[in-house]
Write a new protein. Structure first.
Length: 193
């Protein structure tokens, strides 16, 4: 497996090594690393108040989305303490953009890579299993690039995202942050010999 990393200096002077997003293919989807240029085609996909029913806020304007993508496409937080991986989800057959998947990476004091994941599929593309397929491919990619713990924050009434999280092997914890339940999957045990 090709592991692509880049080395950054954090604000504290320590080296932070984060994986760099690369294309991911599934039987029906392509996950394409985020670029600023994606904002134009993603705006109509994400311009739906229903997508914010559980996460709050409102759909971004095209300019807000462009500015957000410019920051996210850098691949890391301004202080380099987090790695940012973002992909546009596309139908392989049509090339249509259908949503996004993302991971925020951290490396706490124990130096183990952790990923907090999220996914959004536009309303016109829902109920096809795209979130499950795209998030599953992303988590597999993250595991292959050293992520030991995977977490997601999910509103307790968002049944579709709960089903995706369960499919990914995440389990609900007793932690609630910002009204969302923290779902987690720890390190994968090595195979028994």
């Amino acid at each position: 497996m090709n592991r692509t990393f880049y080395l950054e200096k954090s604000a504290y002077g320590c080296d932070m090594e984060w994986p760099t997003a690369t294309p991911i293919e599934t039987p029906r989807l392509t996950l394409e690393p985020l670029r600023v240029e994606h904002a134009g085609e993603m705006h109509p996909v994400l311009d739906d108040p229903a997508l914010h029913a559980y996460i709050g806020g409102e759909p971004p304007t095209a300019d807000q989305l462009r500015r957000r993508y410019a920051i996210q496409a850098s691949g890391h937080s301004p202080d380099h303490s987090q790695g940012w991986l973002n992909w546009i989800v596309r139908e392989r057959e049509t090339g249509a953009a259908t949503g996004t998947v993302q991971a925020t990476l951290t490396r706490p004091a124990d130096a183990r890579l952790r990923a907090e994941v999220a996914w959004v599929i536009g309303a016109a593309h829902q109920r096809r299993g795209y979130a499950r397929e795209a998030a599953g491919a992303m988590v597999q990619w993250l595991r292959g690039h050293g992520a030991e713990t995977i977490t997601a924050h999910i509103h307790p009434e968002h049944r579709a995202s709960i089903a995706v999280a369960a499919h990914l092997g995440l389990t609900a914890t007793n932690l609630v942050e910002g009204g969302e339940i923290v779902w987690r999957a720890g390190p994968i045990a090595p195979p028994r010999t």
